[in-house]
Design a protein around this ligand. Structure first.
Ligand code: ADP
Ligand code: MG
Length: 239
């Protein structure tokens, strides 16, 4: 599949048209942003790691019956995906307190939550992705009740699958962000990427951060962390 016109350039990826209007190419850049884009930089080869990590995770989830936009990896930085109408929600699922949750509620980072906490944010850069709830989603017509139901069920299923998957790699899945979109036939699919950009991943024994927090907080060894996650997932595999 060839890349045709650029449809959209975001903070971490570029979406290109293909000859088939039902499919687009997701190109992964090294660019990194944090704190509402007030911090900008690049992480060497992040695009390659995130493309391959996302591909492996989407394949895993598809194998468990979860519908995703993933079709196949095209190159180091390019992934062929179904073109979706993105639902403007960021769905966060949290197993331990970290980041904004720890800050908002004054909970110590790392505290295990007694059950996974799901949060919705309205995906809108100009409004700084405000947190919203199911009433806002309904009142503003962002998604139907059935879609919200599906998104909640899927996000929790993904949590079970990925918690076990990462645990096997000696990594704690602290929290993560998902995006969903609608296909032509109305089916809601998992979209975007699942990578250390949007997941908090801690090494089980040392609690070392292996994710974008190393960039956010200037902890150093940022590239190494992405490479470490990539190696653990893809060692011996074909990604
Ligand atoms: P942003 O800065 O908006 O987060 P990204 O750098 O993440 O952008 O680029 C990917 C963009 O493409 C996101 O806005 C995401 O919602 C969108 N996207 C992800 N998957 C698909 C898809 N399958 N079809 C259309 N758009 C998608
Ligand atoms: Mg994004």
């Amino acid at each position: 599949m060839d890349k045709l016109d650029k449809i959209y350039e975001g903070k971490a990826k570029i979406i290109f048209e293909t000859r088939d209007p039902s499919f687009v190419i997701q190109h992964f850049k090294d660019d990194a942003t944090a704190f509402d884009s007030t911090k900008k930089g690049a992480i060497l080869d992040k695009g390659i790691y995130n493309n391959k990590i996302s591909a492996a995770i989407f394949e895993l989830l598809e194998g468990k019956g979860i519908k995703t936009h993933f079709v196949r990896q095209l190159s180091d930085r390019d992934m062929l995906v179904r073109k979706l109408n993105i639902i403007p929600l960021k769905v966060a699922v949290r197993n331990r307190a970290a980041g904004s949750l720890a800050k908002r509620f004054g909970i110590e980072e790392g505290e295990i939550l007694s059950l996974p906490v799901m949060e919705f944010f309205y995906k809108n850069d100009a409004l700084h992705d405000p947190m919203i709830n199911e009433y806002h989603i309904k009142a503003f017509g962002l998604a139907s009740d059935e879609e919200v139901d599906h998104i909640k069920k899927t996000s929790l299923r993904v949590n079970k699958i990925l918690t076990a998957f990462f645990d096997n790699l000696d990594i704690i899945l602290v929290d993560y962000k998902l995006e969903f979109g609608r296909a032509d036939d109305g089916m809601v699919c998992l979209a975007d990427e699942i990578s250390p950009d949007g997941c908090r991943l801690w090494e089980k024994k040392t609690l070392k951060k292996l994710d974008k927090d190393r960039f956010r907080l200037d902890l150093g060894e940022v590239e190494d962390a992405y490479q470490d996650v990539f190696r653990r997932i893809c060692m011996g595999g074909e990604c």
